[in-house]
Design a protein around this ligand. Structure first.
Ligand code: GLP
Length: 241
């Protein structure tokens, strides 16, 4: 695991975008695993800037997102589909047909999760997976649990996650209670992983996840076992490590 310390959120975003850009330049037809949340927004805007300058071409890139709320239609401005279009897909020359997310409107969780897992495998796996870090150590929507869930599955969101995400909704009651997410196995099968973390409120989680014991109670801790992980964190996020 390589840990890069960035001065602040801006520098973290710049470094992360440089790593993703290098992947796209080296392998234009790569599969990028993408993440939502507030942390990667700056990374996406740097990628858009690089594209606008003519330095990046997304035309051959395929993307698979980590997760999606169950029950939110795409047009809902809190769906991860909406987020990805607003922050990246609509601003670069990616082929919309090559962008993939779990479909939150599908009622049959088992069928949708199996479809998504099979799709990722059929693409030959993920070349570079971008991840944010939840306050309770979750990655994607893999919440603290007794075991590491392997494949794409439906999760019941924990109270802390609902609380953390309610700022984006009219009220906590509007936050969906379930989500579809890649499993820990799905994430660990990515060839390379890039984690972005910012802010003092994540410092304790960073210390536990990247310097503490590997345990499903801190899902991100499993990343210590992956052969090619880069963490780009700002000074505040690393302040307790
Ligand atoms: C959500 C997403 C995660 C993300 C997390 C942290 O729960 N499902 O993928 O990492 O939020 O979000 P933020 O970056 O806003 O702290």
């Amino acid at each position: 695991m390589r840990i890069y310390k960035a001065k602040d959120y801006e520098e973290m975003s710049q470094k992360a975008a440089n790593i993703i850009a290098a992947q796209v330049v080296l392998k234009p037809e790569c599969v990028l695993g993408l993440a939502t949340g507030s942390t990667p927004i700056g990374t996406y805007s740097r990628l858009v800037e690089k594209y606008e300058k003519g330095d990046l071409d997304f035309s051959k890139v395929t993307t698979v997102n980590l997760d999606e709320y169950k029950g939110l239609p795409r047009e809902n401005d809190q769906s991860y589909y909406y987020f990805m279009h607003e922050n990246l897909f609509d601003k670069v020359n990616i082929d919309p047909a090559s962008t993939n997310l779990p479909d939150g409107t599908k009622e049959d969780s088992d069928a949708e999760c199996a479809r998504y897992e099979a799709l990722i495998q059929s693409l030959g796996g993920v070349d570079l997976q971008l991840l944010g870090l939840g306050h309770n150590g979750h990655i994607g929507f893999n919440e603290p649990a007794d075991v590491f869930e392997k494949d794409t599955h439906c999760v019941d969101l924990q109270e802390r996650t609902i609380e953390a995400n309610k700022r984006f909704f009219a009220s906590a009651d509007d936050v969906p209670r379930q989500a579809y997410t890649m499993g820990i196995g799905t994430i660990m099968r990515a060839k390379k992983i890039l984690v972005v973390v910012s802010g003092e409120d994540k410092a304790e989680t960073v210390a536990k996840a990247f310097f503490g014991p590997v345990t499903p109670q801190v899902p991100a801790s499993i990343l210590q076992m992956h052969p090619d992980v880069t963490v780009v964190a700002d000074e505040a996020a690393l302040s307790k490590s």
